[in-house]
Design a protein around this ligand. Structure first.
Ligand code: DAH
Length: 348
């Protein structure tokens, strides 16, 4: 009897020692089966009951029941504890920190030269012009020849460009003027077009020059067009872009494809023409922004348009130059270096 009681005690002691280190439900179940199962240790001790005296039977019974109850209760508590812990871990792992800042999606924007070009074109679209485009890889014939710049003409020097096939006269266009030829070859007047695009020249890079830049060509061919129509269109364009007070000034010039030709200046966007010490216009009061004139009758005839019946005016705007003025950019290279700190200032 005593031996059974001390076995019981040893079982209980071992159980006490083991229970603390249990961390899994399965281990708990194993220990329950080991002690209380059909072949469990406590169950086996109870099986000795038959061999005992009537006096010892209830003693062992009591002691065994106490141990069993203690084991059952402890296991139940441990079970609750493990379940609670598992729940905590699950909650912690699924927790969303709503105080964390979100990840902003970066949205791109149009390049400043695109914005500028679109804005200029929009002004003319408002006057009834449509957009026409030509290829960057152009024929010498359209870029020079038909614009009255034959081989050897000194005005070609200023527009030396990159030849892809010199023999066959294939080059990167040095101006958007060849689009005039392409359109006039295919359409009959009235023609009112603007042609935005990239042009190429073998210029060295500095703060105001780039071998690749952008122009917008304008062309109007109709009956009874005169220089006053050109002035009106350009004045409207200048005011729309640089403000109502802007004035334009025409200076005589020479372009082989227009006659008469002019260079067009606008009153300084910084000082309005009033400050002799202005850094933007260097005291000039005016800034040159484009070239233009009345389309030379020979150019019209080159394209099969009757120059007795029709007249036309044309102009070419440098997009970079206007954008630099408009956005107060002092170095043309900023446009091409893809520095986001620069470009982001223009995204809407
Ligand atoms: N194509 C000329 C240039 O790049 C600019 C120009 C001048 C265009 C007069 C024209 C024009 O249409 O009439 O220098």
């Amino acid at each position: 009897m005593d031996q059974l009681l001390s076995e019981l005690k040893a079982i209980e002691d071992k159980f006490r020692a083991d229970i603390d280190s249990i961390v899994k439900q399965q281990e708990l179940e194993n220990i329950r089966v080991k002690l209380l199962g059909k072949k469990g240790e406590i169950t086996s001790i109870m099986k000795n009951m038959g061999r005992l005296s009537d006096e010892d039977k209830p003693k062992l019974g009591q002691a065994a029941n106490k141990t069993r109850q203690f084991v059952e209760q402890t296991i139940a508590e441990k079970q609750a504890e493990l379940t609670a812990k598992a729940e905590q871990t699950k909650i912690a792992s699924e927790m969303i920190d709503i105080s964390m800042p979100g990840k902003a999606v970066k949205v791109g924007g149009s390049h400043p030269l695109t914005l500028m070009s679109d804005e200029i074109c929009d002004t003319f679209i408002g006057l009834g012009y449509t957009i026409a485009e030509g290829p960057d890889v152009e024929l010498d014939l359209f870029n020079f020849e038909m614009l009255r710049l034959p081989k050897g003409h000194p005005a070609r020097d200023e527009q030396d460009t990159f030849y892809l096939d010199y023999e066959n006269g294939v080059l990167l266009r040095s101006q958007t003027s060849p689009v005039q030829i392409r359109v006039m070859n295919q359409q009959k007047p009235p023609i009112y077009i603007v042609c935005p695009g990239r042009v190429y020249r073998s210029d060295a890079v500095d703060a105001t020059h780039s071998p690749i830049f952008h122009q917008i060509e304008g062309l109007a061919v109709d009956e009874n067009l005169s220089m006053t129509d050109l002035v009106a269109a350009l004045e409207l364009f200048a005011r729309r872009l640089f403000g109502k007070e802007t004035r334009i000034r025409l200076r005589p010039h020479h372009f082989p494809f227009t006659e008469p030709s002019c260079e067009v200046d606008i009153s300084c966007w910084t000082c309005g023409g009033d400050d002799p010490n202005c850094k933007t216009c260097r005291g000039e009061g005016y800034i040159e922004i484009l070239g233009g004139g009345m389309v030379h009758p020979e150019v019209l005839e080159n394209c099969g348009i009757d120059s007795k019946k029709y007249t036309g005016f044309a102009f070419g705007i440098g997009v970079e130059r206007v954008a630099m003025g408009r956005y107060d950019v002092t170095d043309i290279r900023n446009f091409y270096e893809n520095d986001l700190r620069f470009l982001e200032q223009f995204s809407k």
